[in-house]
Design a binder for this molecule. Structure first.
Ligand SMILES: Cc1ncc(C[n+]2csc(CCOP(=O)(O)OP(=O)(O)O)c2C)c(N)n1
Ligand SMILES: [Mg+2]
Length: 333
């Protein structure tokens, strides 16, 4: 049997991230370019409903995929294109799903908010804020009960930490000492509300104190720092030392969803975060380390542009999801 093509097989795409820092840069660029393309396609009226993108938050997704295995389980949110791509779903499959095409990872029937692939451990992403956390706890309970060394990760936003399911999930994971990781992308806003207007703490990790749980806050723009933090949490979980709450301080460059122009942000805030762009920071680090040259970074950037052009054409050439397909997995009327 021939070896799977590393550039095309979702599991291989995932595994390459753990061993190769340059692939982490390539794949952060991939996420950024896919989401920029999704915005273009939305502006052309080709995306039904809405879509939530995560430009600026790419380091968290890539660090998560680099630190975990395809046999682990991840629950994430409607802002999940980056996590889905990082875990291994191919760009044409994410773009196709957002466009409602058959090439999409759910055959075009789930759309932007419901990406999934069981082969890489991504459960269908959740549109209900906080809903993924108790489900991840259930997956962690399954790993513990079956005495495997699997880890379950719940990825969610700062706003989700005000939801009951978040607190119930953390409490149970702590009481049962489960192999769970609660990974908060604190991007300072829940929809149109700055965190201070909705959330009693500035540092989400303080919430772990209530559950006597290990917790770490990390710079979400530094992929190496997030990777090291998640690796520590993974070690804790796999070795039976219990759950961890991680807070990655990050920022979404664009509005909550495509109808949101983000006019509520204070002047200069976006520019401050753009100056610490996770892709540019990591590219500069790889150049400083001698792992890449400036020209090498430009070559990778152009190559990713070309790949996403092809992926978008492939997705657009795929037929729409069909009504009979909607009933293919319905077991009872
Ligand atoms: C239970 C529930 N309440 C409200 C909403 C509407 N809603 C969608 S996203 C969102 C904000 C969530 O913010 P946060 O958890 O910080 O995640 P972010 O969107 O910033 O990634 C809200 C209130 C929802 N989808 N589910
Ligand atoms: Mg948020």
């Amino acid at each position: 049997m021939s070896q799977p093509d590393a550039k095309n097989d979702p599991v291989q795409r995932r595994l390459e991230l753990s061993s190769n820092p340059v692939s982490r840069l390539e794949r952060m660029m991939e996420i950024r370019l896919v989401e920029d393309r999704i915005q273009d396609l939305f502006a052309q009226g080709l995306v039904s409903g809405t879509t939530h993108t995560s430009q600026g938050q790419e380091a968290v997704a890539i660090a998560l995929a680099s630190a975990t295995r395809p046999t682990d389980v991840v629950c994430c949110t409607y802002r999940g294109h980056g996590v889905a791509l990082a875990l291994g779903i191919k760009p044409e499959s994410v773009l196709g799903e957002v466009l409602g095409r058959q090439i999409g990872c759910m055959g075009g029937l789930g759309g932007s908010m419901h990406l999934s692939d069981p082969d890489i451990g991504l459960l269908p992403t959740f549109a209900i804020v906080g809903a993924g956390t108790p489900v991840a706890v259930g997956a962690a309970l399954q790993f513990a009960t079956n005495q495997t060394d699997g880890v379950a990760v719940s990825v969610f936003g700062d706003g989700a930490t005000n939801i009951g399911g978040f607190h119930e999930g953390l409490n149970l994971a702590a009481v049962w000492n489960l192999p769970a990781i609660f990974l908060c992308e604190n991007n300072l806003y829940g929809e149109y509300s700055p965190i201070a207007t909705t959330t009693a703490v500035t540092d989400i990790t303080k919430r772990a104190l209530a559950y006597d749980m290990a917790a770490e806050t990390v710079d979400g723009q530094d992929v190496d720092a997030v990777l090291a933090t998640i690796e520590r949490a993974v070690d804790r979980a796999r070795s039976g030392a219990g759950p961890t709450l991680i807070e990655a301080k990050t920022y979404r460059y664009v509005g909550h969803s495509r109808s949101d122009k983000a006019t509520y942000r204070p002047e200069g805030e976006l520019e401050q975060w753009l100056a610490r762009d996770p892709i540019e920071l990591f590219a500069a680090k790889l150049v400083a380390n001698g792992e890449l040259t400036e020209e090498g970074v430009q070559t990778i950037r152009q190559h990713q542009h070309d790949l996403i052009d092809v992926a978008a054409q492939t997705a657009l050439a795929s037929p729409p999801g069909s009504i009979p397909q909607m009933f293919a997995h319905v077991l009872a009327p």
